[in-house]
Write a protein of this length. Structure first.
Length: 320
């Protein structure tokens, strides 16, 4: 792949917009496109050259990067809908199809199969790090594809991210992402239930944090994204749960995890339950809040009764 890639960048939304800006700043020739005119305008205002159509954006491109809401969007755009040509047909042979959207593992494998069948190359590279990471160029990319194709896209991904991990063959990037987010979603629920239980038992947030953060309960949900204000001043709980990582995205990613659990036959119980919990949370007002606000849901549904910290100390083995 030549040093000076020409990148067709499709999907200039919350993530794709700033990622495209970083590619332009690094000197890549970018042709941006989005089906929503307002997204195109914002990208243009930030210096991203835009194309008149999806097909126009891929002509002359050696990389077609997609950053779409779902796998359906990716497969439809690749194949074309409503009689128009798809991206696979419009691109020159040997084009690198680089999908950074978060989609089902099976859909990522299907996208790779279609791209390769059409004479192209394919890599899935979903991200973590959110809009802040997209703007700062500090995303983590989880990459699935051949070793050679991974090496080919690595310099481009390093412009937009600070960590680029080759996870295996096609679909492995998505696999790593759903597995990680299954851990994250479930651990945040466990941490939140523990804090609410601590409240009921009269244990202060700080005391629980001091013990668990240095003990076997230690995890990212506790020590970085702590769901109660105070112990970790930078966590979203200290700014009324502004995301961060929005509840809607956690609900989406856990649905993808459940699809993967079902299609592989894993005897999972916590994952599907976590997916259901975030789905309800997102539907009941948590969609735009950080996912750690799940603690407010748990607390609200737990009633008011709680012990004061000094009562707990008295109850704790001391004779009355
Ligand atoms: P978004 O909805 O803001 O952006 C997606 C864009 O794709 C939209 O502007 C939409 O108009 C455009 N689009 C859809 N179909 C298209 C087509 N055929 N051609 C051109 N444009 C098309 O979503 P986002 O927040 O930028 O997220 C994008 C992806 O990144 C999702 O898969 C999401 O799960 C993942 N992700 C998001 C975050 C985050 O914090 N927002 C974090 C990690 C991963």
């Amino acid at each position: 792949m030549p040093e000076n890639h020409t990148v067709a960048f499709l999907g200039l939304g919350h993530m794709g917009g700033p990622m495209a800006v970083n590619l332009v700043k690094a000197g890549y020739a970018v042709a941006g496109f989005d089906v929503v005119p307002a997204a195109l305008e914002v990208a243009r205002a930030h210096g991203v050259p835009v194309a008149a159509s999806a097909v126009d954006s891929v002509s002359g491109a050696d990389v077609v990067l997609t950053m779409f809401p779902s796998g359906r969007h990716v497969l439809d755009a690749y194949q074309g809908t409503g009689g128009g040509p798809g991206l696979l047909a419009a691109a020159a042979p040997g084009t690198m199809f680089l999908d950074c959207s978060t989609i089902n593992v099976d859909e990522a494998r299907e996208a790779a199969r279609l791209a390769i069948e059409a004479g192209h190359r394919s890599v899935d590279a979903p991200v973590s790090g959110g809009v802040v990471g997209a703007e700062a160029g500090t995303l983590t990319f989880m990459v699935g594809g051949d070793a050679q194709d991974f090496e080919a896209v690595r310099p481009l991904l390093e412009v937009m991210g600070k960590r680029v991990v080759h996870c295996g063959t096609h679909g492995a990037g998505q696999s790593a992402k759903v597995c990680n987010n299954l851990i994250l979603g479930a651990s945040m629920i466990a941490v939140s239930e523990a804090f609410v239980l601590g409240e009921k038992l009269g244990l202060s947030h700080q005391a629980l944090f001091d013990v668990a953060s240095a003990a076997s309960g230690q995890c990212w949900a506790l020590t970085t994204n702590c769901p109660v204000p105070g112990p970790v001043p930078t966590s979203p709980a200290n700014r009324d749960y502004q995301p961060g990582f929005a509840g809607a995205l956690m609900a989406k990613d856990l649905k993808l995890a459940v699809n993967a659990l079902q299609s592989t036959g894993v005897a999972a119980r916590v994952g599907p339950l976590a997916a259901e919990i975030y789905d309800t949370f997102a539907a009941e007002g948590g969609a735009g809040r950080d996912f750690s606000a799940i603690i407010t849901d748990i607390r609200n549904k737990s009633g008011q009764d709680k012990q004061e910290p000094h009562q707990a100390a008295q109850d704790d083995g001391s004779p009355e």
